[in-house]
Design a protein around this ligand. Structure first.
Ligand SMILES: Nc1ncnc2c1ncn2[C@@H]1O[C@H](COP(=O)(O)OP(=O)(O)OP(=O)(O)O)[C@@H](O)[C@H]1O
Ligand SMILES: [Mg+2]
Length: 466
């Protein structure tokens, strides 16, 4: 429980004079003080307000202090309960401690004693809160780091993701199959202020039209045969969080219309219902088809396209960032070796060369599957060419050509050219410099600059924390 503003203390006692004197004490401590004369009243308060500390008398008519403690713990487990007991009821107080009371004080007590006790409880709460925040932060960083790769193309994509994460703007993720759209959608959510709210994904291609609609928007009781009771849709489930609409190009025209309305007005009705449901959901849409072309072909609504295309991020295919292959291969090798209980030292040079030459139409997913298969097949402790599928073993990429995506910066192209040339010369920088018509010093300097720029943790690389 975070302590923004003054801590709130609820004092419960059937003895009015006690109630008044304790109120004065905690007013002087700058606490927000609430009072109740019995357990029922106290519970009303706890239900409606965030109360940090409940300071209650043990012996009260009606609901006693221990009953109140139990109820408070059920309604607001983060509140701490301190009991005030008369001499002779200490046994009961000890029982109460077992039930989760924070502490007890024995009457008659001194003012400082009770003030100290409350202060300790508040300090503990702050600590618990800070620890939780830290843990959540750590989890976020870990998840972020699951995105592996240090190529300029991937880094640029990741930077864009970081930039848009804080807002609630709609994001469109475009990229071929297996390029990491879902991974990036999750990372976006985890880097956003909605990280601790739900992340809900719907695959629009996997569900028939009628089911997709009821999944998205939910339905009222009796909306159709079999709708026995009201069901919330994914939009509602994702409220205050993020909704991933995967394979959005496969959505039927009728569903597209309904989606458009939610995007425009933030509201919809459940199937078979008339009540308008309002939601606050961040939409991430993903597709492996060029949506703009789908619009031209009349298969996707233009108005919906523009609603979704607020910020579009294109995930580069693996063949445009071959530099990432060794890193990714290593990452998957560690993951699958651990999963299969094998000790594998690494990947042989030739095997890595074949993988770097291959075109990877299935992108990262194909690479992942390839490594998993190799880990299962490998005999020794090194993955060799033998362990790769035929298609990859036979691949001899024309090492003399380089495909560059439009939109890449000159700096990036230059670096890729340097890396590819170095691959060709098997790391010989002098020879590479000759081929590129420049000096070895220039090559060193460019690589140095690149390494420097990568330093601040952005070399989104695995820490091997699988
Ligand atoms: N940069 C990356 N680092 C680590 N793992 C990755 C990376 N990119 C993709 N992967 C992994 O590759 C697999 C495929 O990624 P994902 O499912 O996100 O792709 P996709 O673009 O949604 O594919 P599809 O269009 O076929 O649904 C997943 O196991 C994912 O974890
Ligand atoms: Mg996917």
């Amino acid at each position: 429980m975070e302590l923004f503003g003054p801590p709130t203390i609820l004092i419960v006692d059937d003895d009015r004079s006690n109630l008044e004197s304790l109120s004065r004490v905690f007013h002087r401590e700058n606490h927000k003080v609430l009072t109740a004369e019995d357990g029922a009243q106290a519970l009303e308060v706890v239900r409606n307000e965030r109360v940090h500390i409940v300071l209650t008398d043990l012996m009260m008519p009606g609901m006693n202090g221990v009953d109140l403690l139990r109820s408070v713990k059920a309604i607001a487990p983060e509140s701490d309960v301190i009991l005030m007991t008369a001499y002779g009821t200490v046994e009961t107080a000890v029982e109460a401690m077992k039930e989760g009371a924070y502490d007890f004080v024995t009457k008659p007590f001194k003012r400082v004693e009770i003030v100290k006790c409350v202060r300790r409880a508040l300090e503990k709460q702050t600590l618990v809160f800070e620890n939780r925040a830290l843990r959540e932060e750590l989890g976020r960083v870990r998840k972020e780091r699951r995105i592996i790769g240090s190529s300029p193309a991937l880094r640029r994509t990741f930077e864009m993701l970081e930039q848009v994460a804080p807002s609630s703007a709609t994001v469109l993720l475009l990229g071929d199959s297996g390029t990491g759209k879902e991974l990036f959608a999750r990372a976006l959510h985890e880097m956003s202020p909605r990280a601790n709210r739900p992340f809900v994904a719907v695959n629009c291609a996997a569900l028939p039209e009628s089911i997709l609609e009821s999944e998205l928007f939910g339905y009222e009781e009796g909306a159709f045969t079999g709708a026995r009771r009201r069901k919330q849709g994914r939009f509602e489930l994702a409220h205050t969080g993020t909704l991933l609409l995967d394979e959005i190009a496969e959505m039927s025209p009728a569903t597209q219309v309904k989606l458009l309305r939610v995007l425009q007005e933030g509201e919809f009705e459940r199937l078979g219902g008339t009540r308008v449901v309002q939601v606050d959901v961040r939409i991430v849409a993903a597709s492996n088809r060029a949506l703009r072309q789908e619009v031209k072909a009349g298969r996707f609504r233009e108005d919906l396209f523009y609603r979704l295309d607020v910020i579009s991020i294109r995930l580069p295919p693996l063949s445009e960032r071959r530099e990432d292959i060794p890193l990714l291969a290593q990452h998957f090798l560690q993951r699958y070796a651990a999963k299969n209980g094998k000790t594998i030292r690494g990947i042989a040079r030739e095997a890595m060369d074949r993988m770097q030459d291959y075109s990877w139409p299935g992108n990262v997913r194909e690479l992942e599957n390839t490594i998993e298969r190799a880990v299962v097949l490998v005999r020794g402790d090194v993955v060799t060419e033998e362990d790769l599928p035929e298609s990859i073993r036979g691949s001899v990429h024309d090492r003399r050509s380089l495909t560059v995506p439009l939109g890449a910066t000159l700096e990036e192209i230059e670096l890729r050219l340097i890396h590819e040339t170095l691959r060709l010369t098997k790391g010989d920088k002098r020879l590479a410099a000759q081929l590129l018509g420049t000096s070895t010093r220039t090559i060193y300097r460019k690589l140095e600059q690149e390494a420097q720029r990568d330093l601040p943790g952005r070399a989104v690389e695995s820490g091997g924390e699988e």
